[in-house]
Design a protein around this ligand. Structure first.
Ligand SMILES: Nc1ncnc2c1ncn2[C@@H]1O[C@H](COP(=O)(O)OP(=O)(O)OP(=O)(O)O)[C@@H](O)[C@H]1O
Length: 318
C-alpha cells in the first residue's frame, strides 16, 4: 500500500479520465499501490541462486572504428528488473541492440538462458525476448487489432495460423487489460502517442516473451502515460516473472521501478548495483557532468529520488 500517495494523481486520472481511457477504473489505484519492495525490489541484492536470463561475456559493439560498447561482462538474472542509464551517446541503445540481436557483438558473446544468442532461430528468440521501442508502433495504416495479432508471429505455422486455441481469448484479455478494446478497430495513425505506446505494449504482451527490453519507453509520453506504461510493465512482471531491461533517461523513474541499475559512461560500466549504490551524488554528478544532486530517500516508495541543481558545472567538466 506504500505506493498509494505516489500514484494518487495517476490513479485519480485513471479513475476519472474518460478523456484518456474510456474504460478507466479505480482498480488502477489498487494495482498501483503495491510497495516498491515487492514491485521492482529496489534495494534488493542480486540472488545468485537464480539462473541468468541474459549474460554478456566480454561483449562489445562497434560501428566501424567506433566502439559504442566496450567489452562488458554483465549478468541479468531471471525475474530481475534492470535499468540501463547513462549520458547521451554512452552506449545504452547499442547495449540493448547486443541483447536483442539487432547488433552483432564485435567481440565476446551474448547468451540467453545459458545458450549463445547466435544459436537461436529468429522464432525461438522471439518467443523468449521482445523489444518495446522508444516510439511505439509506427503510425502505419494498421489497426490496433492487426498490431496485437502481429505479436503472435513467433507462434504461427507456415500457413500463418496460430495453433494456440486460446490465442483469441488471450488477445481479448490483453486488450481489456490495456484498455484497448474500444480502440481495436482504430488505425494506429489515428491514435495519440500514448495510445500507440499502449498498442505496442499489447503487441509485445501477445508475443508472450520471458524477457522484455524497453528502449526509453516513456520518451514521448506525459507523466500520466509514463507512469501508466511503467505500472503496466510492473504488474506484468509481478504476475509472469518477466525479466525486464529498460533504457531510461529519468533516473528517478529508474529508482522507483528497477531493482538493479547499470550506469554507462563512454561505452563502459561506470557503476552497477542497487539504486542506493548507483544513484550516489558523486557518481551521478561525475558521470553526467552536473553538480552532485541532493538525494532524498522516499520511504513510501522504498527508493532514493534525486533533486538536481541548476547551477552545475558545464558539461565539458565531465
Ligand atoms: N548506427 C550507428 N552507426 C555509427 N555510430 C553509431 C550508430 N549508432 C550509434 N552510434 C554511436 O555509438 C555511440 C553510442 O550510441 P548509443 O545510441 O548506443 O548511445 P545512447 O546511450 O543510447 O545514446 P542516447 O541517450 O543519446 O540515445 C554514439 O557515439 C553514437 O554516435
Amino acid at each position: 500500500m506504500k505506493r498509494r500517495n505516489v500514484f494518487a494523481a495517476w490513479a485519480y486520472r485513471r479513475a476519472a479520465g474518460p478523456d484518456r481511457h474510456s474504460t478507466g477504473s479505480a482498480a488502477g489505484a489498487e494495482n498501483g499501490a503495491a510497495s516498491a519492495a515487492d514491485a521492482g525490489s529496489p534495494g534488493a541484492r542480486a540472488d545468485e541462486s537464480v539462473p541468468p536470463a541474459i549474460e554478456l561475456r566480454g561483449a562489445a559493439c562497434a560501428y566501424g572504428e567506433r566502439e559504442a560498447v566496450r567489452p562488458l561482462d554483465w549478468t541479468v538474472r531471471r525475474g530481475e528488473w534492470w535499468a540501463v542509464l547513462g549520458p547521451n551517446g554512452s552506449g545504452k541503445t547499442s547495449l540493448l541492440g547486443l541483447v536483442s540481436g539487432a547488433e552483432r557483438p564485435s567481440a565476446g558473446e551474448v547468451r540467453l538462458d545459458g545458450r549463445p544468442l547466435a544459436a537461436y532461430s529468429r522464432r525461438e528468440q522471439a518467443r523468449r525476448l521482445a523489444v518495446l521501442p522508444q516510439e511505439g508502433l509506427p503510425p502505419l495504416g494498421l489497426t490496433v487489432r492487426d498490431a496485437l495479432e502481429m505479436g503472435r508471429f513467433p507462434y504461427r505455422d507456415r500457413f500463418g495460423r496460430d495453433p494456440d486455441p486460446d490465442a483469441p481469448e488471450r488477445l481479448a484479455r490483453i486488450a481489456r487489460r490495456l484498455e484497448l478494446t474500444a480502440l481495436l478497430p482504430r488505425r494506429l495513425d489515428e491514435l495519440s502517442g500514448g495510445q500507440r505506446q499502449r498498442a505496442a505494449l499489447g503487441q509485445v504482451m501477445a508475443q508472450q516473451p520471458e524477457i522484455l527490453l524497453l528502449d526509453e519507453p516513456t520518451a514521448y509520453l506525459d507523466i500520466y502515460y509514463q507512469l501508466d506504461v511503467m505500472e503496466l510493465v510492473r504488474e506484468w512482471r509481478e504476475e509472469e516473472g518477466l525479466t525486464v531491461v529498460a533504457v531510461l533517461h529519468d533516473l528517478n523513474l529508474a529508482a522507483q521501478y528497477a531493482g538493479r541499475l547499470l550506469l554507462l559512461r563512454e561505452g563502459s560500466r561506470a557503476a552497477e548495483g542497487t539504486p542506493e549504490e548507483v544513484l550516489a551524488p558523486d557518481i551521478v554528478g561525475g558521470v553526467f557532468g552536473v553538480a552532485p544532486p541532493l538525494v532524498v530517500r522516499r520511504e513510501e516508495i522504498g527508493a532514493p529520488q534525486l533533486l538536481f541543481r541548476a547551477d552545475g558545472p558545464p558539461r565539458s567538466a565531465k
